[in-house]
Design a protein around this ligand. Structure first.
Ligand SMILES: [Zn+2]
Ligand SMILES: [Zn+2]
Length: 87
């Protein structure tokens, strides 16, 4: 189950965002805001936990609030260039 989630996450986050209507995942509600998905919604899964799919905007909020530390670690791990001075 965990591997399955990871594969879906890679598809959604690392290639390009697809409308939910292209998926046959049987999910109707956003796990973050609990609102039903509309006709076309951009969705994604969390990179850090097994929460079900969310609106893309909700996933951003979820990750920032629930996984701030992990996100920072991930950013640091992928940082191969020094930041600009003004950042
Ligand atoms: Zn939502
Ligand atoms: Zn999460």
């Amino acid at each position: 189950m965990h591997c399955f989630t990871v594969v879906m996450t890679l598809l959604w986050r690392d290639s390009w965002l697809k409308p939910l209507s292209d998926f046959d995942v049987g999910v109707e509600k956003c796990s973050y805001c609990k609102k039903a998905f509309g006709e076309i919604n951009f969705v994604t899964a969390c990179d850090f936990c097994d929460i079900a799919i969310m609106h893309d905007a909700c996933a951003n909020k979820h990750i920032v609030t629930k996984h701030k530390k992990q996100l920072q670690e991930k950013i640091n791990a992928h940082k191969d260039k020094p930041l600009h001075d003004y950042q």
